[in-house]
Structures are given as structure tokens and as C-alpha cells.
Ligand binder design. Sequence first.
Ligand SMILES: Cc1cc2nc3c(=O)[nH]c(=O)nc-3n(C[C@H](O)[C@H](O)[C@H](O)COP(=O)(O)O)c2cc1C
Length: 401
Amino acid sequence: MADLSITVNGLSLPNPFIIGSGPPGTNANVIGKAFDEGWGAVIAKTISLDASKVVNVAPRYARMRAADGQEVIGWENIELISDRPFDTWLKEFRLLKQKYPGRILIASIMEEYSKAAWVEIVERCQEAGVDAFELNFSCPHGLPERRMGAAMGQDCAVLEEVCGWVNSVAAVPVWAKMTPNITHIEEPARAALGAGCEGVSAINTILSVMSVNLDTLRPEPTVEGYTVPGGYSCKAVRPIALRMVMQTATMMYGATGLRPAGPGAGPADPSGPTRELALPPYPDRSLSAIGGVETGEHAAEFLLLGADTVQVCTGVMIHGYRMVKDMCAQLAAFMDRKGFRTIPEFRGAALPFFTTHADLVRRQAEAKAAEKAAAQGMVTRDAAWSGDKFVEQSSNLVANQ
Ligand SMILES: Cc1cc2nc3c(=O)[nH]c(=O)nc-3n(C[C@H](O)[C@H](O)[C@H](O)COP(=O)(O)O)c2cc1C
């Protein structure tokens, strides 16, 4: 039977599923519910020292549905961080740690560009007993106007300085949460790790405009006729999150994805590259993946790309806290089917299979795939595309149908 437990930065989790910062961790009541349902850890909604500066609006969500009109595939929010008083949060952190002493409670924190403010928020939260911190360098809307959130996450020098302030006083592990609204996510991740953070979380929401109403001609979600670009999440963002987690993991653990601490599992495909033991840049740091996870199989994909843990936010808003039970069963079934007993046995095993396009061309030529495809009547050259068969022809070129 698969063992789903995982230890990250000295924190022991019964499974890799973590409530991502947002509405599912909005107060002690719902955080307790998450622990009761079996989540491996909870990251509370992001907090700051002065909640009176945080003013939310309504509506603040907009959803994209699939063609059936039911299934939600994309979710935009223009929600800010928590508008509940900091002292209330400290009381609730204390209560939660009394009631659930063995469970992992992570405070998500955000502050302005002030050493005193960051030091104060870290010291007061850790006095309240939180097990770790996640630094929100990634909220894409609203707070950048105060040079917080993504505004910090997009400036590597500022991010590195703030991580240094935090790590000068933090006595518990610190993860830095990355914004995807940047060209090279590895750069802020490297800055955070260089400044002593124990881990990186990726990704926060992607800057978006959900839609324009064709009756009112106004963009949505509409607040008094106006809007602001918001953060996009849910299953539509998963491919982008997978890519950014892969790039971050490759930067942290090297192209082999193998960490000396792991038991050294071979690649899933024995004909693939050998996972030789090299010393990667950050072998002892952790990576928490986020973005569009709703099943155990989705989680397995992120783990195969080097993540230690997997966070879920929008999925919980759609499916409820109980989804963790299904996700655990699905992940365990995947591991049993592939013969993996523990997560470190397969963590990062898909990383060695990324290469350059030129290398793909070389491999395909060697395999004489072009001749084979031509023999089967498949399209192999641009010139062979004809408009009337466009859908059929493109289907022939799609993998995983
Ligand atoms: C309504 C909403 C509020 C969020 N609030 C926060 C927040 O306060 N702090 C934070 O770090 N991330 C916040 N997030 C981002 C999520 O934690 C997560 O990074 C992102 O939504 C992608 O994961 P998902 O597809 O599982 O939701 C929020 C997301 C949503 C949808």
C-alpha cells in the first residue's frame, strides 16, 4: 500500500495535499474543518498587520464554464488579502495549534516594503505558534498599488532583500510564493532561495480579464460599471503551472530532478536518460506546486515534475473540503499501479524528459516517424494542409487523444 506521507523542511505531513492560501483558509473554523477532513497542511488566507487598509469589493469573482454550461474551468478573482484584524488571526492561530498540535499550520504573510513591518509580522505570528511561513510575493491585483504582492515578486532585488529580513528572524521554515506574471520564474525563485528561504511555492494566479459583456459593453466582473484585471486560477491554468513548476524544479534540482536525499529511483521509462546523481543547486529545499489541481492524478503530475507538496485553492471552493479523500485515494492508486511505495521514489522522475526542439527533430528523424506517418496518410508537411479537412488533420497531430 502506498505511503502518502512526506517530510518537507522538517515538517511531517500525512499526505502532500495542502490548502492553498485563499477563501478555503479564511478563518479558524474552516481551517479546523480542513484538518478534520484530512488535509496534509493548511496555508491560511494571506494576512497583514493593518487589515483596515484592505477594502474588498463585490462581485469579486467571475467564472468561465465549459461548453456544457456547468463545469467551471477558469476562475478570475479580484479579491484582496484578508480584511480580518491581525489580532483576531493571532488568537485563531493559537486556538488552532492547541486543538490540532500535530497538524501543520502555515501563515501566509504580506507587508509593505518596510523591514520593521516584515520583522514584526514574522515575530508575532511565530509567537502564536505557526509551523511555517509562506511569503505572498504574488497577489496580482490591488496590492501592487501599495507596492506589495506581485510588485515585490517581479523585482528580484526587492524580493531578495525582503526574504533576508524575514529569514533574519524566522525560526520556522519559510516558503516564497512566486508570481507567474513574469517571464523567467526561476529568477525570483533563485533570489528567494539565495536569501535563505527553505522553499518555493508556484504559482499564484495569472493576470487576466475574464470577459466583456456584449450587452453593456463593460468588462467583467463589473463593480459600478468598472473592473480591474484579476487573477486567473482553476483547471485552465494547470498547463501553465506545470510548465512553471518544471522550470523551477529544474533550476533547484538540476535536469535530472534527482535529490541526493531521495532513494534514487530510476526513470519511469528505462529507455530514457539516466538519472545520474549530480549535486543540484538546492537539493535540500522544497517546492510546493499550485494551479488547477482537482484530482490525485493532477497531483501526481506535479510530483513527477519535482514538487514535494501540492496546494489546492479554487478546487476546494468548487468541490468542498472532502475532495482530499478522493485525491488521496487517486494518488495512492496511481502509486500502487506504478509500484511506487513513497513519494520521493517518483518525485521529479519526469524532469529528465524535457529537451530542445532541435533534439526532438533529431529523435523523430532517427525513428523514421515521418515515413511511418506518411504511410498512414497523416499530414507531415505544411503544404499538405487543406482547409476543408483542417479539424481532422489537426486531430491527427494531437497526442493523448
Ligand atoms: C478567490 C481567491 C483568493 C485567493 N487569495 C489568495 C491569498 O490571499 N493569498 C495567496 O497567496 N493566494 C491567493 N490565491 C491564489 C491561490 O492560493 C492559488 O495560488 C491560485 O488560485 C492557483 O491555484 P488553484 O487553481 O488551485 O486555485 C487566491 C485564489 C483565489 C481563487
